[in-house]
Design a protein around this ligand. Structure first.
Ligand SMILES: [Zn+2]
Length: 663
């Protein structure tokens, strides 16, 4: 479906009034004009200039200053938004809580008391934070943002909260126990679903919703036209506080102002685009899937420490243009120092933003929404932490459900992430991770596997074993062996030639988790087998048939699935899984919708042609791309060989192109 409005540029900007002068004012106005900034979100009480929890009087002073600074921008038609930097607070920085404020300190799961972060269950803090938001609403901002410190999980080493004495009483009352903090946390982090964890999750979810409701009520009483925005972090840490994304965003919505969301773009500094390609699926795409399509999203372009030494302009531009992958409504950009100095012209971000503007608008107008994607369904659920099987550590409560999404997207498969709420999925190809499968009932698992073509990882097979459902994959027992234990060292594709290589191998020793040796009930022809150091066959590895594709490896706690990012896995999947995909285009992703393909190259290498498999009759491609600041279009003929379409059209490294397949 076409989108009507344009892609929005929001500049997050820190101004310190004590050093603000006419030069800074002119630089700001020039930048906003040249860069086509539509909206400025002024930071308040931020980072180096943060004074922890400020008084309402101080808040009034800050917004009055901003209101004055913003006047010339308003005259230019720029909307003015506010980004207060503190709700509970991000981390301790040596400042305490003002005694005149009715705020109690947060306590973490180890009993460590914070000096400045607020206990989110304490009514005094809820009153305070909602009152101060009403003060911010006083200047009628276009959007009023809630920072991503609005969560129970804090940056290391503090991590999960709140376990203060009042919270312990609440948890114990719900669980019907009288445990110490240490005993309670020990129970909560051990094994699968339990009443201790349930008590924590229930309280955490409800108090966030309660605080959000109070903020919404007081803000909209002062300024009904202000839209509230929610900034967020990693989906798996929000899962640990039982975040109900829909309920939270609905709670923050006013009658005519649906709340908006700012998902995290996972590269505060420049990283390898190959790494960014995976993290983008894990954080940004997953958040968008969980948020749903009722709320606009403006992902976060954050260039922390703020200069070309933190991130090249080309990488920032790539981050901007690839937000088309989630069809973002715009971008929230943190490009300049947070210390209030204003614009640094030498960075020349205005040129970059000018260059991308028309193309970003085009991709937004003509792109593909997540809900309209075709391809392999990757279901996920916000309830994942409730059921996660843990080993007593906090880290084990973090549950990623995106391993398949990352791998398949980077391999160029059409993928469709789905927020699973119990809906029927039939006659589809579905990729199932262990963490997701573990949240389902036995009958839901049975339906999913029997009614679809499924991809399963080792963790999913372990769940099948624990539920006594191995018969669904024609097996009756498994044996799990950890890597680096003198057993499996590689998987070998014994009967196939992949990428021109016979007996190709993938490491089972390093950068991958355990090997799940599956005992099948009848003879199954394995695509590959597991071997030890002496070339002795240990058992089947990859097994695929008409119903499933099993990659029997678990996630490594640190390296996840890194060993699987290799062309033998890619090619074996493409032989077995009959879903639209790119061919011979390393690190290019493709989003498919009917005859449309959004192709993005997440590497530094150019690709010299577009090759893909799609079950449609195609003679030409209409390809739209950017050259400088211009949006160009070319019609290119295609050839077809062995079911693969080819067009002579190069896709440069870090480029995005939109393809329409013509009959
Ligand atoms: Zn507390």
């Amino acid at each position: 479906m076409k989108k009507k409005s344009n892609y929005r540029y929001t500049l997050r900007l820190a101004i310190d009034k004590s050093i603000y002068d006419d030069d800074k004012k002119n630089d700001m106005i020039d930048f906003i004009k040249n860069a086509h900034i539509n909206d400025v979100a002024f930071l308040l009480n931020q980072e180096e200039l943060s004074d922890s929890h400020i008084t309402l009087e101080k808040a009034k002073e800050l917004v009055t200053d901003i209101d004055e600074i913003a006047q010339p921008l308003k005259k230019m038609g720029v909307t003015i938004s506010l980004n207060p930097w503190t709700t509970m607070n991000h981390s301790d920085r040596g400042l305490g809580i003002r005694p005149e404020l009715d705020i109690k300190p947060m306590v973490n799961y180890q009993g460590i008391k914070s000096t400045s972060m607020a206990c989110p269950g304490y009514h005094g803090w809820m009153e305070y934070v909602s009152d101060i938001y009403a003060v911010y609403a006083g200047i009628k901002p276009h959007e009023l943002w809630i920072e991503d410190d609005f969560r129970h999980y804090k940056n290391a080493p503090f991590e999960l909260s709140c376990f203060c004495d009042d919270h312990m009483k609440k948890y114990n009352a719900i669980a019907g126990t009288d445990l110490s903090r240490e005993e309670f946390v020990g129970q909560m982090l051990n094994g699968g679903e339990n009443k201790y964890r349930d008590a924590y999750l229930e309280v955490a979810r409800d108090e966030i919703l309660k605080a959000a409701h109070m903020i919404e009520q007081k803000v909209h009483q002062v300024s009904p036209e202000t839209t509230l925005g929610l900034m967020s972090s990693w989906p798996e840490i929000h899962a640990m506080e039982n975040r109900d994304w829909h309920a939270l965003l609905d709670t923050l919505s006013g009658e005519t102002t649906p709340a908006v969301s700012r998902p995290h773009l996972p590269a505060y500094n420049e990283v390898s685009p190959l790494k960014y390609a995976r993290d983008f699926e894990k954080y940004t795409v997953a958040t968008r899937a969980l948020v749903g399509d009722k709320h606009k999203i403006y992902p976060e372009l954050e260039n922390f420490l703020y200069s070309q030494y933190a991130k090249s302009t080309r990488f920032s531009q790539f981050q901007l243009e690839t937000t088309s992958s989630v069809r973002a409504d715009g971008l929230l950009m943190n490009l300049f120092s947070m210390m209030g100095i204003g614009i640094d012209k030498t960075y020349q971000y205005d040129k970059m933003l000018d260059q991308s503007k028309k193309f970003a608008d085009y991709l937004y107008e003509n792109g593909i929404s997540l809900e309209d994607r075709d391809g392999i369904i990757v279901p996920m659920t916000q309830k994942v932490a409730k059921y996660k099987v843990t080993d007593g550590t906090l880290h084990s409560l973090m549950a990623s459900q995106t391993q398949w999404l990352e791998l398949l997207s980077v391999f160029g498969f059409a993928t469709k992430p789905v927020n699973y709420t119990g809906q029927q999925i039939q006659n589809e190809t579905v990729a199932l991770t262990g963490n997701f499968l573990n949240t389902l009932s036995d009958s839901q698992i049975t339906d999913l596997i029997q009614n679809n073509y499924v991809l399963l990882d080792g963790d999913a097979v372990i769940v099948l074993d624990s539920r006594k459902l191995l018969k669904l994959i024609n097996a009756d027992s498994i044996e799990v062996t950890q890597p680096r234990t003198g057993h499996q060292v590689y998987e070998q594709f014994d009967n196939a030639t992949l990428a021109g290589v016979t007996k190709s191998r993938i490491s089972m020793q390093t950068h991958i988790g355990a090997y799940v040796n599956i005992h099948y009930l009848t003879d199954m022809t394995a695509d590959s087998n597991a071997y030890n150091r002496y070339g002795e066959k240990l058992g089947p590895a990859t097994v695929a048939n008409d119903n499933f594709y099993i990659m029997p490896l678990t996630e490594h706690a640190k390296y996840e699935w890194e060993a699987e990012y290799i062309d033998y896995r890619e090619r074996d999947l493409k032989e077995r899984v009959n879903v639209a995909h790119l061919v011979d285009m390393y690190n290019c992703k493709a989003i498919f919708n009917d005859r449309k393909i959004l192709i993005s190259n997440w590497s530094l290498d150019d690709v010299d042609g577009i090759n893909f498999k799609l079950e449609k009759n195609i003679t030409k491609l209409s390809i739209t791309y950017r050259v400088g600041s211009e949006v160009k279009n070319q019609i290119v003929n295609v050839t077809k060989q062995d079911d693969i379409y080819h067009a002579d059209f190069p896709v440069p490294g870090l480029a995005v192109v939109l393809v329409e397949c013509l009959e």
